[in-house]
Design a binder for this molecule. Structure first.
Ligand SMILES: Cc1cc2nc3c(=O)[nH]c(=O)nc-3n(C[C@H](O)[C@H](O)[C@H](O)COP(=O)(O)OP(=O)(O)OC[C@H]3O[C@@H](n4cnc5c(N)ncnc54)[C@H](O)[C@@H]3O)c2cc1C
Length: 456
């Protein structure tokens, strides 16, 4: 089968590439090849009753399929260059922001209208944070919520399917360079195209490494973020979340001068598990629909680690820590902050007696047996620092789930067009190691679509 453009992966990066291509040119043939299911067939078997924990499906429906890793996410589109990736280093700060705003406008048109755009501009919390040795990063955040995010994806699919050929349940095995383009090989089918856009996200991290190796494309090691997900009564953070929704706060520890930061804040949300290549970690989400709100807010506290010489495998380090937690807890471990400070494990009884009702069924245990001391010390210091701006954060009953690991793909060597050393072969989104968020991944897709059309 011959196409002008083949996009590998139907996450935000792939979707927005396809969107922009079909919008700008009605005369070209476009295909999207996706390893996972169509949106409506994506289901996680965990139902809280018969299946309580991750059963390691061959392909995780939370991470793969139309909508990619973000399909069941909280749908927080952070419009900022301060975090979420380093796309601006390749395409410039202004263009990166413009593209994020462009994506935001499309999201509104396809079902997101009426959702709120929060902003740190002019907030009093900037000053309060600085006074307490905390740095609140600048950002605007569109919160679609898990429910509206799903609707936007449904609508985008209905729009795209009339102009774009979608192939689901079809993992791409290899990509080969041909004289006038690329050969894209799957189990029982082979495709040919002039231009190929690879947008395989984190779930495709191992695969993209192999492709880069086979095609002689350079890569360099990236960081890994390790930490815990904090869950506490929503009222403790409501003064911040009501105004900002998500606050990205960075704290520099006194002991080691490490940076610890908040990540992915979910007001009135729920803690969920995530399975990346068989490793179970935690994440969180929340709904825009108030009837689905819980009494709790959750967010991650993460410390970045980057290894370069002689050990380069930052992800391998994060994986080992996550595996240790999976070994001890059979999945995710939960611990009361008070138990952690007293040096004892949490038990079912202690968690049940606490003031915070967990939104995820996890194994009560001891995170100090899992997390390296330096990382854990940093997290504890930050919890006390946050307690100064949000009293109650350091309460005994605050729950810590572990481990949360943010794996980043190896950074793929691309130029300012996000094109590899092979003309017409682009690597975008989280799979490139350059973006780590919905808005940056989507923006990279629009950017590449516009760029590659100049050469078709
Ligand atoms: C639970 C959760 C919550 C999140 N919440 C937020 C949030 O609120 N805000 C935010 O900014 N970010 C959030 N993120 C991160 C965000 O989802 C990602 O940054 C974003 O989805 C990256 O988009 P992408 O298109 O690059 O990759 P992905 O979304 O990962 O999509 C890649 C797609 O490629 C497919 N694929 C992989 N390998 C192959 C192959 N060999 N052949 C064919 N297809 C393949 C995968 O199946 C997948 O569908 C969240 C992530 C998770 C897991």
């Amino acid at each position: 089968m011959k196409y002008d453009v083949i996009i590998i992966g139907a996450g935000p990066g792939g979707i927005y590439t396809a969107y922009e291509l079909q919008k700008l040119r009605s005369d070209i043939k476009i295909a999207v090849i996706e390893a996972g299911q169509p949106l409506e067939k994506r289901h996680c078997p965990i139902d809280g009753e018969k299946i309580k924990a991750c059963i390691n499906c061959k392909r995780c429906s939370m991470m793969s399929g139309f909508g990619g890793a973000g399909a069941f996410s909280d749908g927080k589109y952070n419009i900022t260059n301060s975090f979420g990736g380093t796309l601006y280093e390749y395409i410039g700060k202004k263009r990166a922001l413009d593209l994020m705003h462009y994506v935001d406008a499309i999201n509104l048109r396809y079902g997101g209208e009426g959702t709120k755009l929060y902003s740190t501009a002019g907030t009093q919390f900037k000053e309060i944070c600085i006074q307490n040795n905390l740095n609140l990063l600048d950002a605007s955040v569109r919160h679609l919520g898990t429910d509206i995010n799903y609707v936007v994806l449904q609508n985008l699919y209905q729009k795209l399917r009339t102009r774009v050929d979608f192939f689901f349940n079809l993992p791409v095995h290899s990509v080969h360079v041909e004289e006038d383009g690329y050969e894209v090989c799957c189990d029982d089918r082979t495709f040919h195209c002039k231009k190929c856009v690879v947008s395989v996200g984190r779930s495709g991290s191992k695969w993209i490494e192999q492709v880069c190796h086979e095609l002689g494309i350079g890569t360099k090691s990236n960081r890994v973020d390790i930490g815990v997900r904090v869950e506490l009564p929503a009222v403790v953070f409501s003064h911040l979340t009501d105004e900002l929704y998500e606050s990205k706060i960075v704290y520099r520890t006194e002991k080691f001068e490490d940076n610890v930061r908040t990540f992915c804040m979910n007001p009135y949300g729920a803690v969920v598990t995530e399975n990346t290549n068989g490793i179970v970690t935690v994440n969180g989400h929340s709904y825009e629909d108030k009837t689905k709100h819980t009494d709790n807010t959750n967010f991650a506290l993460l410390v970045s680690k980057h290894f370069s010489e002689p050990f380069k495998d930052s992800n391998g380090y994060g994986e080992s820590i996550a595996r240790l937690s999976n070994m001890l807890g059979g999945g995710v471990i939960v611990q009361r902050f008070g138990d952690l400070i007293r040096g004892r494990r949490s038990t079912v009884k202690r968690v049940e007696e606490g003031l915070v009702t967990p939104t995820l069924t996890a194994t009560p245990g001891d995170l100090s047996l899992v997390l390296p001391k330096r990382i854990l010390d940093g997290i504890i210091e930050m919890i006390y620092a946050l307690d100064r701006i949000a009293p109650g954060t350091a309460n005994d009953d605050t729950l810590l789930y572990g481990v949360e690991v943010k794996f980043y793909n190896m950074e793929v060597e691309v130029n300012e067009h996000l094109e590899t050393c092979h003309k017409g072969l682009y690597v975008i989104g989280d799979g490139s190691g350059i973006t780590h968020s919905l808005s940056h991944a989507s923006a990279s897709g629009v950017y590449v679509a516009r760029d590659l059309l100049e050469h078709i």
